[in-house]
Design a protein around this ligand. Sequence first.
Ligand code: TYD
Ligand code: MG
Length: 452
Amino acid sequence: MAKTATVYECQQCGYQTPKWLGKCSDCGAWNSLVEARAETLTRGKSGENFYSLTSKLAPLDEIGTDAPPRVLTRLTELDRLLGGGMVPGSVILLGGDPGIGKSTLVLQILSRLCEQGGKVAYLSGEESADQIKLRAERLGVKAKQLYVMTENDLSRALPQIEELKPQMLVVDSIQTVYQPDLGSAPGSVTQVRECAGKLLYLAKSRGLTVLLVGHVTKEGSLAGPKILEHMVDTVLYFEGDRGQPYRILRTFKNRFGSVSELAVYEMRSQGLVEVTNPSELFLSDNPELSPGSVVVSSLQGTRPILAELQALVTPSSLGMPRRVTVGVDSQRVALLGAVLEKIVGIQLGGQDIFLNVVGGLDVDEPAVDLGVLMAMVSSFQGKALARRTLVMGEVGLSGEIRPVAGEAIRLQEASRLGFQRAILPKKGSQEKLPKGLELERVANVGAALDLL
Ligand code: TYD
Ligand code: MG
């Protein structure tokens, strides 16, 4: 007989304990334990196991790879992000803050698939059919084979979906659907995990792509357990400032492609539009660079994005000068400050340092070291770099400039955007570099600063 004892389950990590605790002893979250029925937590009630699909042991050699080809959404940026289209039978998780445009994006994806003759389904637990219809009209969706269902109860929705046999199913959102037999509230760890398990099984057994929309908590992680991220094949995050029209879609995990890929979208009145040339967005418009501004290149997955870095270094009136960085790692800024002091003899100890990346991009990689360093010195000494100069290079603790990965593609992007000059490490790559760029190769920090 099934046990009906009570257990307490952490809503953050899924940890279970027979006794209530104020603090989860696994992940350390406070006040996150919620009562759940133990019976519902033991899996495989009717001999059904969500997670294993092949039950026969077979040599790897004999397993055929007759996998169906990828489905292109014809949204070029999204296809690239997914590693070349969607894999049938995969499960994608799309996370993001409320109001960022998740529902808009999925509706546009479904509409695109329909235009190519596919049959798709949209299961919404958040909005009424009227609201979805209104949004679809606004987006100009003309899709004959787009089926919409507004239902929270998964046990009622799934039979209909199985009967429809769509190419793709979107569940908006995973936190609002539930299975009534589990007894806990929608959005709880148990519900989220079991519902996702059911949908995962549906995807793998029927070969349809399932996209789960997930909410993000205040802390920025996906609401519900981390377990969800482990279960799915691909995790995408949709982020951006609500005050700005630009949105960034990022891969966080991808079993079928590279991670840390990035696509930029602009929210317009008719929906999301792909920005195919994001570097232009992150460079400021003024023709002359002012002291403190340097253009760096950040490699996001396979795509190099140029961004403008701005530094402001001013004498501090505080005993402990301020170090404020946005989009750059503050630890690296401290390290570069120390290199400047010890190797070059530029004292920034009594200065407030502010660093910012234009457009809200994160450029957290060693290749921007030299850019950060030059921006700080440029602001401190009031000397500007000529515009259209790209700076890259990793700075070592003894002041040497080390080579960076992907030099050629970064230079290609710069050349495409009309840059004429680049400052880069002495030891360069052996790849073919684009013509028309004046390359200033520097071996150490001192040589780089002479170019200011
Ligand atoms: P939505 O997709 O509902 O966000 P989410 O599902 O992530 O909560 O989008 C919400 C915002 O997008 C809303 O504030 C209005 C705006 N929006 C536009 O600017 N243009 C449009 O065409 C659409 C559909 C929405
Ligand atoms: Mg929504």
